[in-house]
Design a protein around this ligand. Sequence first.
Ligand SMILES: Cc1cc2nc3c(=O)[nH]c(=O)nc-3n(C[C@H](O)[C@H](O)[C@H](O)COP(=O)(O)OP(=O)(O)OC[C@H]3O[C@@H](n4cnc5c(N)ncnc54)[C@H](O)[C@@H]3O)c2cc1C
Length: 470
Amino acid sequence: MLIEPTEDDLARLHAITGETPAPVPEAYLTEPRGRHRGQAAALLRPRATEEVSAILSHCAARGIAVIPRSGGTGLVGGQVRGEGPAPVILSLERMDRIRWVAAEDDALCAEAGAILSDVQGAAAEADRLFPLSMASEGSARIGGNLATNAGGVQVLRYGNARDLVLGIEAVLPDGSVHHGLKTLRKDNTGYDLRHLMIGAEGTLGVITAAVLRLFPRPGETVTAMLAVPGPEAALALFHAMRRRVEGLSAFELISGRGVAFVRAGWPDRPDPLADDPPWRVLVEATGPEGAGLAERAEAALAEAVEAGLAGDGVIAQSEAQRAAMWGLREMIPEGNRRVGAIASHDISVPLSAIAGFIAAAERDVAAVDASVRVNCFGHLGDGNLHYNLFPAEGRRAADYRGVAERLTQAVHDRVHALGGSISAEHGIGRAKRDELAARGDPAKLAAMRAIKAALDPGGILNPGAVLAAD
Ligand SMILES: Cc1cc2nc3c(=O)[nH]c(=O)nc-3n(C[C@H](O)[C@H](O)[C@H](O)COP(=O)(O)OP(=O)(O)OC[C@H]3O[C@@H](n4cnc5c(N)ncnc54)[C@H](O)[C@@H]3O)c2cc1C
């Protein structure tokens, strides 16, 4: 059974980190969309793995809940707990060092609190690429990226966070430390704890450091934004590009509504395309210098235009133009926030089902409430769409409170029918826990509960995230 920490517990925990007890700042009790609010008895910011270990040993012995936290940018409420006895928040923010870079091994060791953009920078300094990339990279931290198995914009070429990790150091709920910081590409020595910790959203252990895979830095990058007639043409364009251009690293689908939401908030932001197309794609390919990437990409795009798969299009001629294209794409979540979503969905379906999903889901949504505006965008090359629903102009999300759940069920029913996933890259957290329990594979859920009970018998680590707390 979990308990609220006593004054004595808090004094001991603060003694471990050397911090002075203070009220927990508001920023640690909220998450980016303001949909979940947490409570906490204390904020602990350890500086070393040994301190994390001592905190977990104490909390396990006493039955005190611990919420691991890195950058706080997670979108499913995994980093805030509002119910039950007040937990302690264990923030990795002071463990933010790059421990080492081994260019010869194409590997880098970062502490869990290292900010993603700093890890990218450290790799670049060693003339390497760390390809994990997303709009939140200036504040998300590696521990959170791995705990959520983050995706981002280059999954197409380099895979999810899971694919980018060679080794992990993690503190298990009883305080024991798993020392798995290896640079090995091949290591078949039994169960791989690394893959248990990745994507567990802080329910099985606290990741304290990781060895990350590095790649050659691309010598050449081609970025283009093109209007497309619709999602079906976008998919055909994707396959055409894949056939013709090796090194396709991003293929993002953007709806006209997403651009309109950005323009409404930031009218001066330039749009590389004219005439407000209803759909567009942002395409990027990378390769070694001198391998003719630009010529191949240009030829493939010209063919696509000729075949009617794309209309107006621009190939970035400078880093500034490339940044403008990506800037527009990355402002879409901000634009959405400004309008205020009724419901957001982070779904994936098989590539072949994307166009069918978009058409059918729009009908499903309209059948619940025809005034809802859809903004669908995302990583088309990964079959991952952010399918977000907004109020009619002049109305507010709160006006739709009565139908929000039905809208989500309509979208998720459609995803389910197509063999898709209701969480493609953001995780389960608290937002989708009940949905997972209702729709997940029973054998998988039973195995997940068994693993949780074996590693964390007291249920202290992030209780209520991913699985319901006992
Ligand atoms: C504008 C914006 C854009 C985004 N774009 C993307 C995107 O393209 N792709 C994508 O996948 N996500 C995206 N996200 C979501 C978010 O950035 C990712 O989920 C990110 O990986 C979370 O990292 P964090 O450090 O902020 O983790 P936090 O929010 O601190 O934590 C997330 C979860 O991980 C657990 N956790 C944190 N640190 C640890 C640790 N050291 N050990 C164990 N568990 C831990 C927490 O308990 C929580 O359950 C976006 C978010 C925003 C705000």
